[in-house]
Design a protein around this ligand. Sequence first.
Ligand SMILES: NC(=O)c1ccc[n+]([C@@H]2O[C@H](COP(=O)([O-])OP(=O)(O)OC[C@H]3O[C@@H](n4cnc5c(N)ncnc54)[C@H](O)[C@@H]3O)[C@@H](O)[C@H]2O)c1
Length: 432
Amino acid sequence: MKLCMIGTGYVGLVSGVCFSDLGNDVICVDRDIQKIDGLKKGVIPIYEPGLDELVLKNYKNKRLKFSTDLKNSISKSDIIFICVGTPTKKKDNSADLSQIYNVAKEIRSSISKFKIIITKSTVPVTTGDEIEKIISQKVSKKLFSVVSNPEFLREGEAIRDFIYPDRVVIGTNDKKSNRILKNLYSPLTSKGAKFVNTSRRAAELIKYASNAFLATKITFINELANLCEKIDVNIEDISIGMGLDKRIGGRFLRAGPAYGGSCFPKDTKAVVTTADKFNTSLSVIKSVIKSNQNRSSLLLKRVFNILKNKVKGKKICFLGVTFKANTDDMRDSSSLSMIPSLIKKGAKINYFDPTGEKDEFKKIKNVKFSDSINLAIKDSDLIIIHTEWNDFKSINFKKEVNKKNFVIFDMRNIYSPTKMRNLKIKYFGIGR
Ligand SMILES: NC(=O)c1ccc[n+]([C@@H]2O[C@H](COP(=O)([O-])OP(=O)(O)OC[C@H]3O[C@@H](n4cnc5c(N)ncnc54)[C@H](O)[C@@H]3O)[C@@H](O)[C@H]2O)c1
């Protein structure tokens, strides 16, 4: 099939490459000329395990193309996926849909034969209705069908998630579109993924409901970790004991820093504002958002306690600054608020991240990037394990750190407290 992905970010690039690998002809379009030029030369704009090999393979065999020419790419394709960003509007926390509606306007001037137009971007319920309205102002409804097909891939595991999804959700009442999309996704459903056909509005809401539920799970275990710290109980035991119940499940039930990334913070806010618009209060999700917003300051307080409130002049090392491992995405990472707060208190920050130096910290005085773990931790008073990269799981701290009384604050509970005690290392984890 001939596909066009509009927006070549995490979702557009990963799903475009995977669709081409499944035998489709795919054009990935972006308005970012530099990004497209880079991709044509084999420069992959994001860190995602396995992505570069797959891009090179499919670009070479010409099933995958990159372009900035939206009009031409649309006219050559049968199925158009909208994969542009839907960030949070600062004004009212709702989803900013300007990129979506701009694309809808561009699409309507490029349709001359039947196209399926799919929102893969996460969009509030009724956005599909609005896209249909915009396009039908210039194009007969017979020439297009607007479908919702939310994407559930996780950064860091995006390719595997795309190829082996739990489910493929298709929101449309149009039988022809449903049949074509069932066929498009058949290589995935034949391997066990469930195909869910529902209404467009339901598909839109399924995505928000799923993300809000996962954010709730994380926040729930984070709050329980706060209790565990007061009663000498290990939160890891609680996660295991709860997670083994099949009705609950162990995933997204590990205590740590506030949830971050490009999806949970913005999607929880957006679903709450959408519900408010329909005079419905999603009070559970509202309190999840509040609790998560408080989490970074709560963990900062713990840092101050660990340092006995003597932060000035202390050398603090962050191992990992992205919101989770195996991605270079810094969007809404808790390090973005923690590091500047520690700097304000007079700390000196050294950080190492396997995905390299971050623009976000380049201009902050007293924040330094080290290009190896050893260099980063060498002179530290406090080492904060912020992100759960495998690279951080077997460090010989005793050998690598020069300071005698250094402390470790393991925000991911990677290390065993007993082992650390035996090594005579001052060690703090989360909820234990
Ligand atoms: N990142 C994830 O893990 C993930 C997972 C599932 C769903 N989503 C959703 O998918 C959507 C996209 O997310 P992302 O992380 O891929 O975003 P992104 O910011 O990485 O990529 C969006 C791309 O769209 C391009 N773009 C914007 N307007 C354009 C236009 N008019 N023409 C061509 N290109 C245009 C931008 O230049 C950018 O490269 C969001 O709604 C997000 O919530 C993201």
